[in-house]
Design a protein around this ligand. Structure first.
Ligand SMILES: [Zn+2]
Length: 93
């Protein structure tokens, strides 16, 4: 969502820059400002995405550990509540 706003602002920045280059000098400052905000938003979006991916990876590895049966050692599918081999309950105890 942040990247979407950033992209929109980048577009407007480019647009303002075009106007500034062709006609009004004052638009050039607006273009610079908009581009700067767009760059910040892009960085924020990238940072957020990286954090989300890290969270997701951490969750993924945890759920894989939880899906391993501690009695017979069978690696069950993620989200499985009971071991498919011995029927022991899976998850945190
Ligand atoms: Zn088991």
């Amino acid at each position: 969502m942040m990247a979407g706003i950033g992209g929109l602002l980048a577009f407007f920045g480019f647009f303002f820059g075009l106007i500034g280059a062709i006609a009004v000098q004052g638009f050039l400052y607006a273009a610079f400002l908009t581009c700067a905000i767009a760059a910040v938003l892009f960085l924020l979006a990238y940072h957020n995405r990286k954090k989300q991916m890290d969270d997701w990876k951490a969750k993924e590895s945890t759920s894989i550990i939880l899906a391993r049966c501690s009695y017979c050692g069978l690696q069950n599918d993620k989200g499985t509540k009971k071991c498919e081999s011995c029927g022991a309950p899976l998850g945190p105890r």
